[in-house]
Write a protein that binds this ligand. Structure first.
Ligand code: S3P
Length: 179
């Protein structure tokens, strides 16, 4: 069985989607696409700048448009921004034709990995808000993708586990799962 057209990585900020996606792309001989990078490239400004100028709504529109632009692309590995799966209009992207993986990261590990980062506006919010976001998002990601643990593991190990899952029988979606 060939791999699905679209291999998609979802997960909270700091889960390692971009790093793991790059490794996975090279390992599978596929083009790797990071949707945040696409948005930044098209807008000609950083994510933080887009949030500041156009609000989160403006960023979400640009992100949804970037996903739409990939609709007909096959043979790709895609890392989506952490909020992309939370938008109902993006549900199609994680559904048919996609193998979606949730890179699980604890809040503590996500905080540790992003401690010098000032480019993610949502992480600049108060701790309790970030914690709530992490809790809510975690269960959403679990519904949409096969879970792969990342805490205490290298990006290479995570990528290798994804390859093993892809090579085995694909896990069926959870009952009640979206997309
Ligand atoms: C966001 C995650 C970020 C980026 C933006 C919003 C989110 O991407 O899209 O700052 O809502 O979780 P990463 O998950 O790649 O950090």
């Amino acid at each position: 069985m060939p791999f699905p057209d679209r291999i998609v990585l979802i997960g909270f900020m700091g889960s390692g989607k971009t790093t793991v996606g790059g490794i996975l792309g090279r390992r599978l001989g596929r083009l790797f696409i990071d949707t945040d990078a696409l948005v930044v490239q098209r807008a000609g400004k950083s994510v933080a700048r887009i949030f500041a100028d156009d609000g989160e709504a403006g960023f979400r529109d640009a992100e949804a448009a970037a996903l739409q632009g990939l609709a007909r692309r096959g043979g790709i590995v895609v890392a989506t921004g952490g909020g992309a799966p939370a938008e109902p209009r993006n549900a199609w992207f994680f559904g048919e034709g996609a193998a979606t993986f949730h890179l699980r990261v604890s809040l503590a590990a996500a905080r540790e990995r992003t401690r010098h980062d000032r480019g993610r506006p949502l992480l600049q919010r108060p701790d309790d808000q970030v914690q709530l976001l992490h809790e809510r998002r975690f269960s959403l990601y679990e519904r949409l993708g096969a879970g792969v643990d990342t805490d205490g593991r290298s990006p290479l190990e995570v990528a290798e586990e994804i390859v093993r899952i892809l090579e085995g029988p694909m896990p069926s979606p959870r009952p009640g799962g979206g997309a």
